[in-house]
Design a protein. Structure first.
Length: 488
């Protein structure tokens, strides 16, 4: 039996301009600058800086544009005219492609960065100090290329042999690769090229000056790695018949080692992609002062040349199809330029009002930096304050950084859910996590507190939190379980 249903559906469709604006809002400062350069390269009707003649500034946002009365349906029959007479072939000068309105404060905040050598390039440079045959050097370079950013080779020797044969045409055997791997293990930082954590720690210990503690530490990692990993210190003390002090010294030597030998070097080279704060909050005479990074507010204007081209066309009596096509192109570029300028101003306003609302909502925290004073705050709280959509607030919070007197923070870190304390008051989950972290830092590391005891302590402090919630917060803080926090 065929049935008919009437289904009403309410939907909202976003215009392409609205979608583009959302994308602009989401971009942090550096990505926004790149987007700006791309737009200026693509649209010659968009220029940086202020116009020389102020009378043109009013045109940027006037709704009644002089070129809007161009009749798209106008019929033109005339001799063909070269479009080049209306469109300049000159490229936009470089000085017009950069938003050069950085404030003095912006200049001071940016730290000079030295161009560093990449982790893998440094290893290749070290290989030049070894005497190797051409074949050995090819194998060594392939092994260096197989090292990940943390300094490990995560693949087996047979796989490496096969890969070299198939991808590089280098035919060798496992014994030769194993021998060249020992060369890689001589490179700095020590531990690089290890295939697992145990080998990584052993390589670092073997590079140290031999002492009693280093000898015991090496034996523990080589033969009792599982017991060490599980912190079974009583078993280790019995196994080696050593005093607690001797075992403590050996464990101390192991804890000084770097489990990610490539991490420090890789991290330093990544500084090139340093964070540029989108906002700055300062305390001036006891009051909070918010500024938006000047690089988010470039001065732009619509090209005078393009507007004059339209005036020339309107004044001409003979209008050919080529001229009409050229004017259509010019009008499209002018429309696009004016929309982009307006979008940037909307972006600028959206960023400022959003961060301003967050700053006032979390005023107590920004005045003294005490994380326990962060109020519970969700996206809807700020959306209601500024009259914007929750998704817009999310775009600002997830991708923007603010420089505060207490360091540069990702804005979304200020958002948290609310929980009730024993007085029935709403407290931030950030506050609870901070208190939990403080309790764990102050615990006796010889007898770390399990989650149920941590729950009891927080309950005594006025925060009735379940054990499973304690475990969740502990994991979010990247704090290991009690057994793994144990020290001698």
């Amino acid at each position: 039996m065929l049935k008919q249903f009437l289904n009403l559906k309410l939907s909202q469709k976003l215009s392409p301009q609205q979608i583009q604006l959302m994308k602009l809002i989401q971009l942090p400062t550096q990505a926004f600058e790149q987007r700006l350069k791309e737009e200026m390269n693509e649209n010659p009707a968009l220029e940086a800086g202020k116009e020389e003649d102020e009378e043109y500034e009013k045109d940027e946002f006037d709704n009644e544009d002089e070129y809007d009365d161009f009749d798209d349906n106008e019929t033109i029959e005339a001799d063909e005219i070269n479009i080049d007479e209306y469109l300049s072939n000159d490229e936009t000068p470089d000085y017009k492609l950069s938003a050069n309105n950085y404030s003095a404060d912006d200049e001071q905040r940016e730290s000079p960065l030295a161009a560093g050598v990449s982790f893998h390039q440094d290893l290749l440079n070290q290989l030049n100090t070894f005497i190797l045959t051409d074949e050995e050097r090819e194998i060594a370079e392939f092994l260096v290329g197989s090292i990940d950013d943390m300094g490990y080779i995560r693949r087996s020797i047979p796989d490496i042999v096969d890969d070299m044969a198939f991808t590089q045409g280098i035919y060798t055997d496992e014994k030769t690769v194993e021998r060249i791997l020992h060369v890689i293990h001589e490179l700095e930082p020590s531990g690089v090229g290890a295939r697992d954590l145990q080998e990584c720690l052993l390589l670092q210990l073997k590079h140290k000056t031999p002492t009693e503690s280093i000898g015991l530490a090496t034996d523990i990692i080589e033969h009792q790695f599982d017991a060490f990993s599980k912190k079974h210190y009583d078993k280790l003390q019995q196994k080696y018949s050593v005093s607690q002090e001797q075992l403590k010294n050996a464990i101390s030597e192991i804890e000084k080692l770097n489990p990610k030998p490539g991490g420090v070097f890789a991290g330093s080279t990544r500084l090139i992609e340093h964070v540029v704060p989108d906002f700055t909050i300062r305390i001036v005479d006891g009051e909070l002062e918010l500024t938006l990074n000047g690089r988010n507010a470039p001065t732009l204007h619509v090209s005078r040349d393009y507007q004059e081209m339209l005036q020339t066309y309107k004044a001409s009596r003979d209008k050919s199809q080529q001229q009409k096509d050229a004017v259509q192109f010019i009008k499209q570029k002018l429309d696009s330029a004016k929309w982009f300028i307006d979008a940037i101003r909307q972006r600028q306003e959206t960023l400022f009002v959003t961060m301003n609302a967050i700053m006032h909502y979390q005023q107590e925290y920004f005045l003294d930096g005490d994380e326990t004073k962060l109020r519970p705050m969700i996206l809807k709280d700020i959306a209601d304050m500024v009259g914007l959509d929750i998704s817009t607030i999310s775009r600002v919070a997830n991708s923007k950084y603010v420089e505060t007197p207490y360091g540069t923070k990702l804005i979304k870190e200020f958002f948290s859910e609310a929980m009730k304390n024993d007085q029935g008051e709403d407290v931030s989950t950030i506050e609870i996590k901070k208190i939990l972290q403080n309790v764990i830092e102050e615990e006796d590391k010889r007898k770390p507190l399990p989650d149920d005891q941590l729950a009891d302590i927080l309950k005594e402090k006025g925060y009735p939190i379940a054990r499973r919630t304690i475990a969740k917060y502990r994991e979010q803080l990247e704090i290991p379980v009690a057994r793994m926090r144990k020290k001698i």
